[in-house]
Design a protein around this ligand. Structure first.
Ligand code: SAM
Length: 263
C-alpha cells in the first residue's frame, strides 16, 4: 500500500515537473545546466562506488539501532541485519549522492552539517567535493558509525567529524560548534515533526548563500507536510523539488518561487 502511495506521488511529480526550457530564473537555470546536468565522470565517483560495492557484497551481520522513521518502538529499535541489506535500505542511490557531490562542488560551502551518516557514503561524496569544508555528520547507531569512520580513515579524509548520538539530543550541542551553516543535508528520521524541528533548529544559522537539502520529501504524507511547511517559511526564497530530494535556498535577491524539476 505504501509503495502504491509513493508511486502515485511520483506520477504527480512527473506530471508537474518542468524541464530547464520552462525555467525563467537564471539562478535555477544555471544550477540545472551546470550542476544537475553535469555528466562528467569525476574521480571521486569511483572512490565512493568502490566502497559501496564492497558494502553491497558484505554478508556479515551488524547489530543496528534505528532511531528514525523505521523504528516501530521508541526510543529505538535494535535489530541484526546483513550489511548489504542495510546499505540497500538506507543508502542514497549513486545518482542522487553524485548530485550532492556536484552541489557541494558548485557552492563550496565552508561549513557542512549532515544528519544521518549511515556508512558514510554521502558524507564521503560531500567531503571529496570540497576538502576545505568543515563537515560534521551525526549518526545515532554506534556500530554503523564505526563502519563509517573506518571508511573515512581508509580514504584519509581529514575534514569530517563524526558525532554519535540521537539527533534530538546531539543537534543543539553540535550547532554550537558552527557560527553559520552554509550547507545542511538532512537524511534521517524522516518524519514530519522531527524534520520540522531540525529545520527550525538549523534556520537561525542560515545565511544568504546557505543551501539546505532534505532527503525523501515525498516518502510519506508527513514528509510532504514537512516539505510544505519548510517551503512556506519567510526566510526561504527558492526551493527545488526533484522528488527524492528537496533543495532550499535563502537568497533575498531571488523572488519566492517553488520549482519542481525533472531529474
Ligand atoms: C538514510 S540513512 C543515511 C544515509 C546516508 N546519508 C547515505 O546517503 O549514505 C539514515 C541514518 O540516520 C540515522 N538516524 C535516523 N534517525 C536518527 C536519529 N533520530 N538520531 C540519530 N541518527 C538517526 C540512522 O541510524 C541511519 O543510519
Amino acid at each position: 500500500m505504501k509503495r502504491i502511495k509513493i508511486l502515485i506521488r511520483y506520477i504527480k511529480y512527473l506530471h508537474a515537473a518542468k524541464t530547464k526550457f520552462k525555467i525563467h530564473s537564471p539562478f535555477v537555470y544555471d544550477l540545472i545546466t551546470k550542476v544537475f546536468e553535469d555528466s562528467r565522470e569525476y574521480e571521486a565517483y569511483d572512490k565512493v562506488e568502490t566502497i559501496r560495492k564492497e558494502l553491497l557484497s558484505n554478508v556479515n551481520p551488524l547489530e543496528i539501532c534505528d532511531f528514525g522513521a523505521g523504528a516501530k518502538s521508541h526510543p529505538y529499535l535494535t535489530s541484526i541485519k546483513k550489511i548489504k541489506h542495510i546499505v540497500k535500505q538506507t543508502g542514497q542511490s549513486p545518482k542522487h549522492s553524485q548530485l550532492l557531490f556536484r552541489i557541494v562542488k558548485y557552492f563550496k560551502p565552508k561549513s557542512i552539517l549532515e544528519l544521518g551518516t549511515s556508512f558514510g557514503l554521502s558524507t564521503i561524496y560531500q567531503s571529496l567535493a570540497s576538502p576545505e569544508s568543515k563537515i560534521i555528520t551525526i549518526e545515532g547507531c554506534a556500530n554503523t558509525a564505526d563502519k563509517a569512520q573506518k571508511n573515512f580513515n581508509t580514504l584519509k579524509l581529514k575534514n569530517i567529524k563524526l558525532v554519535i548520538g540521537n539527533f534530538n539530543t546531539t543537534l543543539p550541542k553540535v550547532l554550537k560548534k558552527f557560527d553559520t551553516l552554509d550547507y545542511v543535508f538532512i537524511d534521517g528520521n524522516h518524519r514530519k515533526e522531527p524534520i520540522i524541528k531540525y529545520f527550525e533548529q538549523c534556520l537561525p544559522l542560515s545565511n544568504n548563500n546557505s543551501v539546505f537539502v532534505f532527503d525523501d520529501i515525498h516518502w510519506s504524507k508527513g514528509m510532504e507536510e514537512a516539505w510544505g511547511y519548510i517551503k512556506k517559511n519567510p526566510k526561504v526564497s527558492v526551493t527545488i523539488d526533484i522528488f527524492f530530494m528537496g533543495f532550499v535556498f535563502f537568497k533575498k535577491e531571488l523572488s519566492k518561487q517553488d520549482f519542481i524539476i525533472k531529474f
